[in-house]
Ligand binder design. Structure first.
Ligand code: SF4
Length: 319
């Protein structure tokens, strides 16, 4: 996960919740991808350390457990950079140029020049990140699947060139990502200033929900609404009981409930759902030494695995 700021509900429901489930059944390695963050934050690299700490606190508060999974910081393990360099020698540039994210970001991101060599090559670094740990699976959303396909191609090319199977071809573990927009109806994103953060206070969350866009056709209190197109209802699906949802749906469609009351119900459900994370966050953030120690121990464990793989790679390449 890139440390590009505090984590919001989109990050939590889109990735983190899935990671929590996976740590119960798999030997998971989760890392803060601070070198990847440099592809967009290269003008403000000083922010990355702070953001990395924030991400680690959000992870732990959400329930990632260092007893069950390995948590570390990418840049603390130089093997990631070294393998990235070695793999970059065998990756044809057109493979990278056809990456859909590369093309999209060139158009979408206006605030920073994304035409860097580092950004073009980030799928190679991503491949190094995965294959260093001989990962069988990578938990990704469907939009990330092409990146993983590229990693598989790179692995095959390496094995063909050096006639030895060092890596595992990673498979995508695709998780269903609930569609969750920001308070203004656009994709939830830090850059749109429309996100609800795991670290928001109860007051901030209440204010954000009260200001949330609902069904745009419901201009007046007695206009009927439609939960299926309402921006707020997906949050009820995540936080409110089924009984409450079943109560709201017909009441909305017949204008028996107003959006104001519906929002207050969501405030109660969401705060109840988020309180355990908030409380844990408070405990953890006053103890930065413990957070650093968890990352240090995780880095030590991951570093050994990464180093051993890199040695195999070098033997195989005879360098
Ligand atoms: S009543 Fe609730 S579900 Fe219906 S439009 Fe308003 S906020 Fe959305």
């Amino acid at each position: 996960m890139q440390p590009s700021g505090r984590l919001h509900l989109g990050n939590y429901h889109g990735a983190l919740k899935n990671w929590l489930a996976l740590q119960e059944d798999y030997d998971c390695f989760y890392f803060i991808a601070d070198w990847h963050a440099l592809t967009t934050l290269y003008e403000d690299p000083h922010l990355i350390k702070k953001f990395s700490f924030d991400v680690a606190v959000d992870w732990l508060a959400s329930g990632l457990d260092p007893e069950k999974c390995t948590l570390f910081v990418q840049s603390e393990i130089p093997a990631h950079a070294e393998l990235h360099l070695l793999l970059s020698m065998i990756v044809p540039v057109p493979w990278l140029e056809r990456n859909p994210t590369y093309k999209e970001k060139q158009v979408e991101v206006k605030s920073v020049d994304m035409s860097s060599y580092g950004f073009l090559g980030y799928p190679v670094l991503q491949t190094a990140d995965v294959v260093l740990y001989k990962a069988d699976f990578v938990p990704v959303g469907i939009d990330q699947a092409p990146h993983l396909e590229l990693s598989r191609e790179i692995v095959r090319r390496f094995h063909n060139l050096y006639k030895k199977k060092v890596f595992v071809e990673p498979s995508a573990k695709i998780s269903e990502i609930p569609k969750l927009n920001g308070v203004d109806g656009r994709k939830m994103s830090k850059s749109y200033n429309n996100a609800i953060y795991l670290s928001d206070s109860e007051k901030e969350i209440t204010k954000k929900i009260k200001g949330m866009l609902t069904d745009p056709k419901r201009a007046r209190r007695d206009d009927p609404g439609e939960p299926d197109v309402c921006n707020l209802f997906p949050f009820h699906k995540l936080y409110s009981s089924e009984e409450m949802q079943e109560e709201i749906i017909p009441a909305c469609r017949t204008a028996q409930i107003g959006c104001g009351d519906c929002k207050l119900k969501l405030v109660d459900s969401m705060l109840a759902g988020m309180r355990p994370i908030m409380e844990k966050r408070r405990e953890i953030s006053v103890n930065p030494k413990e957070v650093k120690e968890i990352l240090r121990a995780g880095t030590e464990k991951a570093g050994k695995v990464a180093h051993a793989t890199l040695q195999e790679v070098k033997q195989c390449m005879k360098i």
